[in-house]
Write a protein that binds this ligand. Structure first.
Ligand SMILES: Nc1ncnc2c1ncn2[C@@H]1O[C@H](COP(=O)(O)OP(=O)(O)O)[C@@H](O)[C@H]1O
Ligand SMILES: [Mg+2]
Length: 273
């Protein structure tokens, strides 16, 4: 992907500065034995975006996110965040990460979990207590703050996971399938909350296989077999639909997948739900 492409939206050049690059990924590859989980990927995510990584299971979303966070080392290629090559201790306090599988401690209370994660990020004293209270309010868990998380419903655990990822007020938030197993109402309220965070200036990278969530992203990376399926004609949801000549993202995804198929890949696409 070139600067020129990622710097356009609806055909307009985004002014430099206002949407400066937050994450710059170049020729990124991660090999696990014979599996190339991420395959020579180029990507630029600009400050203030909600960038959606959309793709079926096994397409490399988690590996990509874990490399951005610094938990998995690239086999080759590079990631820069705010100009710093990752992994970088300087950048870490600015990153929030919600894992695909809950990282919560089930034998601790909601408040103790928030305390634990905020300790890791160096929050202390009154500021720490203020942030914990604020996060409990934002995810509507004030009344359950002192209950053991093991007894929580799936939706409550997801809400608390999100709170833990946000307690240190990060500028870049990575969400790995935050709405898996979440009922439609909560799914909507999660996305409303992401939009709110985005307005507050938080840059979001979110993976999902719910294609109906794609329209809530500013740009999309359609992923399969560790590669992006389409971006040459722009990568906003509208541009991708237009390029595919479809009126919904599911058909558009299949269009791009089958086009790649005819270009030589032998893997049958797993139809995302
Ligand atoms: N730690 C690992 N060891 C071996 N293979 C892995 C590991 N992590 C991921 N993979 C493989 O890499 C590919 C991409 O996986 P993943 O990044 O989890 O995709 P997604 O999040 O899109 O489901 C899969 O084939 C998966 O089995
Ligand atoms: Mg995953």
């Amino acid at each position: 992907m070139t600067e020129a492409i990622s710097g356009t939206r609806d055909g307009q050049l985004i002014p430099q500065g206002k949407s400066s690059p937050m994450v710059v990924i170049e020729r990124l590859t991660r090999q696990f034995g014979k599996v190339r989980a991420v395959d020579n990927l180029d990507m630029i995510i600009r400050t203030g975006e909600t960038y959606g990584l959309i793709g079926p299971n096994g397409s490399g979303k988690t590996t990509l996110i874990r490399m951005v966070v610094g938990l998995v080392r690239p086999t080759s290629g590079s990631i820069r965040i705010l100009g710093n090559t990752m992994p970088s201790a300087k950048v870490l306090p600015n990153i929030g990460y919600m894992t695909q599988l809950s990282a919560l401690y089930l034998d601790l209370t909601a408040r103790e979990n928030l305390q634990f994660f905020s300790n890791i990020y160096g929050l202390r004293g009154k500021e720490q207590q203020r942030r914990i209270r604020e996060m409990l309010e934002r995810v509507d868990l004030v009344e359950r703050a002192n209950d053991i998380v093991g007894n929580f419903s799936g939706g409550m655990k997801q809400r608390l996971s999100l709170a833990c990822a946000l307690v240190h007020n990060p500028r870049l938030l990575l969400l790995d399938e935050p709405t898996v197993g979440v009922d439609p109402e909560l799914r909507r309220s999660f996305w409303d909350y992401f939009a709110q965070l985005n307005k507050e200036g938080v840059t979001i990278i979110v993976s999902t296989h719910h294609l109906d969530e794609a329209s809530r992203c500013t740009r999309l990376g359609l992923m399969r077999s560790g590669k992006l399926l389409a971006h040459e004609g722009g990568d906003t949801p509208q541009e991708l639909l237009q390029q595919a000549g479809k009126d919904n993202m599911e058909d558009a995804f299949l269009h791009f997948a089958s086009r790649t198929e005819s270009m030589g890949s032998t893997k049958i696409p797993e139809v995302p739900q």
